[in-house]
Design a protein around this ligand. Sequence first.
Ligand code: HEM
Length: 179
Amino acid sequence: MNNPTGMFALPARILHWLMAAMILAMLFIGVGMVASVSERHEWLLRIHKPLGIAILLLAVVRLAVRLRHPPPPLPADLPMLQKLAAHASHWLLYALMIAMPLVGWAMLSAGGYPVMLGASLRLPAILPASATAFAILRHLHGWLALLLLLTFLAHLGAALYHGLIRRDGVLASMVGGRR
Ligand code: HEM
């Protein structure tokens, strides 16, 4: 389907801003969790798990919305290298939005820990118990979180470059309003 409006579709914009807030919160909650040995650790973990699974579900919905409603084209005069960087970083963000929760879920499964969504809903294990797999996935979860943070910061920098320096309508196409 073509995109004649020059704007992202409304569901794409809602999912974008909702998930930006959720992912940013998850990065802070994750770091707060590993930095805390008090009862706050348990409290943060109880938020971290369901919020992470919600991000996984929304990422799948978002991917479907992305395939159904292609985004507006980037400005024709944008250098090819910047276009490539934009496309690569967007697909990397999609990959990380799906990989991060799956790695977290697999890590807890390998460690034999329950993945609870609330008081009584327990998700099935997606890996058999294995101390080695748990250790590898625990490290992977931390490294992917760092990659997600760096990609997020690059994405933010690019959005500000388009909105404040180039003023080419790219940021407006996600914020809404007139270009
Ligand atoms: C987009 C989704 C997610 C993000 C951005 C995220 C982010 C993080 C971050 C930043 C950390 C700290 C890493 C470190 O410093 O080593 C962390 C730790 C952790 N995450 Fe996630 N996470 C996500 C999804 C999940 C899910 C779905 C689960 C489980 C179902 C999970 C379980 C854990 C656990 C158990 C820890 C370690 C806590 C500890 O060692 O105290 N995460 N996460």
